[in-house]
Write a protein that binds this ligand. Structure first.
Ligand code: ADP
Ligand code: MN
Length: 297
């Protein structure tokens, strides 16, 4: 197990450039030859060798001898490269504890101008075994399936968040690097872990947020009590990588599933009965007039 903050602090400039050399080499090699890493980084081969042994001892890279000695990195090293990029751009000044492990991510607390959550995407991890057989170039020129999948997913989530914020109650998106997103930290329990004093109002607020997103052309497509965080007087919807545009071929089905999940949760926990048809009709109906439009009336 690599401790992210501790490991980050132990790395020197040459360590970082060696990791970046491996990253670049992995676009064309499954196992990047030492000579190639030396060439990319501009380090003499013996220095590159020393850095690579160090990184290997720290658990950041693995090596294999096929007909040459080659290196590759896994998610921990990739997390470190994203973190270094955030740090160089002054988006992140300090990294803290792990605060969440989801189905497809690892989330850390961090500090920037505001308290942050850094979500490191982990899509593609489960298909790791197929990576070796995957000899085709992927669309971004990457040969490595997990890097490709995790990057694409982070990029998609970040662009969706930029499109929805601040109209929809979501964490403020702050920065994107590789497979990682820095966003506003939301301190609160998940919807499934609290008892709302006014569940009717809670449900209404959630459906109103779903409608605002829908009016902006977006369906969450993974909505459930696990992806809703409860604050004092509002809710935040997180976890947007699965989101689809409202003109997606499965849009209807995905919206129905999202709303169905929420209604079933309120029925189960609060015995609150609400009609799925009415909820969907409300969401797909005319957009609520904005405050400005109401003033004119
Ligand atoms: P996954 O797809 O892996 O479920 P999530 O976006 O739901 O990814 O993040 C996993 C967990 O990390 C969440 O359930 C939550 O506990 C925590 N988390 C995610 N984003 C934030 C945030 N902005 N602020 C605080 N905690 C967060
Ligand atoms: Mn989630």
């Amino acid at each position: 197990m690599v401790n992210l903050a501790e490991t980050f602090l132990r790395l020197s400039r040459d360590d970082f450039s060696t990791l970046k050399g491996i990253e670049a080499g992995m676009r064309t090699h499954e196992w990047v030859p030492v000579n190639e890493i030396a060439r990319i980084t501009g380090l003499p081969v013996d220095k590159a060798d020393y850095r690579l042994s160090r990184l290997s001892d720290m658990g950041l890279v693995s090596r294999e001898t096929i007909h040459y000695l080659g290196y590759r990195m896994d998610f921990d090293a990739y997390d470190i490269l994203a973190l270094q990029d955030f740090s160089e751009k002054n988006a992140v000044t300090c990294i803290g504890e792990k605060i969440g492990v989801g189905k497809e991510s690892v989330v850390y607390e961090a500090l920037g101008e505001i308290p942050l959550a850094i979500k490191f995407h982990r899509e593609g991890r489960t298909s790791f075994k197929h990576v070796r057989r995957d000899r085709e170039h992927l669309s971004d020129g990457s040969r490595c399936a997990w890097i490709h999948a995790a990057r694409r997913s982070a990029r998609h989530e970040f662009s969706i968040m930029q499109r929805l914020y601040p109209q929809v109650c979501i964490p403020r998106p702050v920065a994107l690097s590789r497979h990682a997103i820095a966003m506003e930290l939301i301190c609160g329990p998940g919807l499934g872990r609290v008892t709302l004093s006014n569940p009717e109002e809670g449900l209404e607020i959630i459906l109103a947020e779903v409608k605002i997103a829908y009016d902006l052309g977006i369906i969450h497509a993974d909505l459930s009590e696990y992806n809703i965080i409860v604050l004092e007087d509002q809710l935040k919807i997180i976890d947007w990588p699965q989101a689809v545009p409202t003109d997606h071929p499965n849009a209807e089905e995905l919206l129905e599933r999202d709303v169905g999940n929420v209604l079933r949760f309120f029925d189960r926990k609060y015995k609150l009965k609400a009609s799925l048809e009415d909820a969907l009709a409300g969401i797909k109906g005319p957009a609520a007039p904005s405050a400005a439009a109401q003033e004119v009336e």
